[in-house]
Design a protein around this ligand. Structure first.
Ligand code: SAH
Length: 346
């Protein structure tokens, strides 16, 4: 068996060059199997057969950014924009709480309508009524001061995918005003404020090579986030990448195993994008080291409007149906959904 795979398993870290060497074997089923077995062994050692749920509330699809890959980018005039009120958000949480969710994720475009003051009000209301729940924000790049205020208001976690750790790929995926440096500074700011932090990237983004992915792995190894979100890139018809091909499910699974071994206690979701590319994608994700699922709690009337990519799954179901469906899927993979906050160990 391969030397670099063994080294990763023994030492939980590799150099960037070694990650690249390992990634070249992504289509080798023996290597993939060896890594997935170790990934599953580690996730079971720390988290048993538990799968943690995060109730995702997509509360606004307004965005000031123009990320080239994203369906809700600012200049897309073909979508209907919406915002949820604080009451509507609370209603999503209430429904989610009844169903057993103990983490809520507020995700949205970067929408200036939600000033720091408004965000803090929403954060405080959620933490007041659901004091046994964790609250995660995923609302993009903000100042240190804004992040501090959100933290003070009660936010526990923050998801901000770095998207790619390579400067020039980052520039090719984003307009000039967006800088990788800013993104990375945000992640370190969030860490220093005591958030549990999530980074991550798309697999198979236009122009991405295995070298870029090796750079992403080396970056994660250095940042040591508590959460990592990865999923295949999926084209959206209203973007310049409409005709690009989607990222590979197999490569995504291979990366999930590597990330689990690199960061054994990491919270690692089997993402909706993975489930969109393969009807059994999320189940497979669990079998390659993932331990989290993030079903949608957004009002059904808004779900189709939060389309970051085409053919997104679960846009028609009520929250309860989603919970039931996922519960069965998780069971079929040999795991069980739990009603816990699901904080990362350590
Ligand atoms: N505005 C927030 C939330 C972004 S949406 C932020 O900036 O963090 C969450 C993630 O969806 C993004 O970080 C990106 O990695 C992913 N995403 C966006 N467009 C996508 C696409 N076309 N295919 C797959 N994933 C996509």
């Amino acid at each position: 068996m391969m030397r670099v795979a063994d080294k990763l398993i023994e030492q939980h870290c590799l150099t960037k060059a070694e990650y690249l060497e390992l990634l070249k074997f992504w289509q080798d089923s023996d290597v993939a199997k060896r890594l997935s077995e170790e990934a599953v062994r580690l996730r079971k050692e720390y988290y048993g057969d538990k799968v943690f749920t995060r109730g995702l509330i997509e509360f606004t699809n307004y965005c000031r950014n123009n990320c080239y890959y994203c369906g809700i980018h600012r200049d897309n005039n073909n979508i209907t924009r919406y915002r949820l009120t604080c009451d509507e958000i609370m209603e999503c949480c209430r429904a989610g709480y009844e169903l057993g969710y103990r983490t809520f994720v507020l995700q949205g475009g970067e929408d200036p309508y939600y000033t720091d003051e408004k965000m803090c009000e929403i954060i405080r209301s959620i933490k007041k009524d659901f004091s046994d729940c964790a609250l995660t924000l995923s609302i993009g790049e903000k100042s240190y001061e804004s992040y501090r205020l959100f933290r003070e208001a009660g936010a526990d976690r923050y998801l901000l995918r770095h998207e790619t750790a390579d400067c020039s790929l980052y520039s090719s995926l984003h307009p000039d005003e967006m800088k990788l440096e800013t993104r990375i500074q945000c992640l370190y700011n969030l860490k220093s404020l005591g958030y549990q932090v999530g980074a991550g990237f798309m697999v198979g983004a236009p122009g991405q090579t295995l070298e870029h992915l090796a750079e992403d792995l080396a970056f994660l190894q250095e940042l040591r986030p508590q959460m990592v979100g990865i999923g295949p890139f999926i084209p959206h018809h209203d973007t310049i990448y409409a005709d690009e091909k989607a990222g590979s499910v197999e490569l995504t699974l291979f990366l999930l195993s590597i990330i689990r071994i690199m960061l054994p206690k990491v919270m690692l979701p089997a993402t909706t994008a993975l489930g969109t590319m393969d009807p059994l994608g999320r189940e497979k994700g669990l079998q390659y080291g993932a331990n989290v699922v993030m079903p949608n709690l957004s009002p059904v009337k808004n779900r189709k409007m939060y389309e970051l990519y085409d053919n997104k799954i679960c846009t028609g179901e009520e929250a309860a149906e989603c919970r039931g469906c996922l519960g069965r899927r998780v069971m079929s993979a040999g795991y069980r959904l739990v009603e816990e906050r699901g904080d990362a160990l350590e």
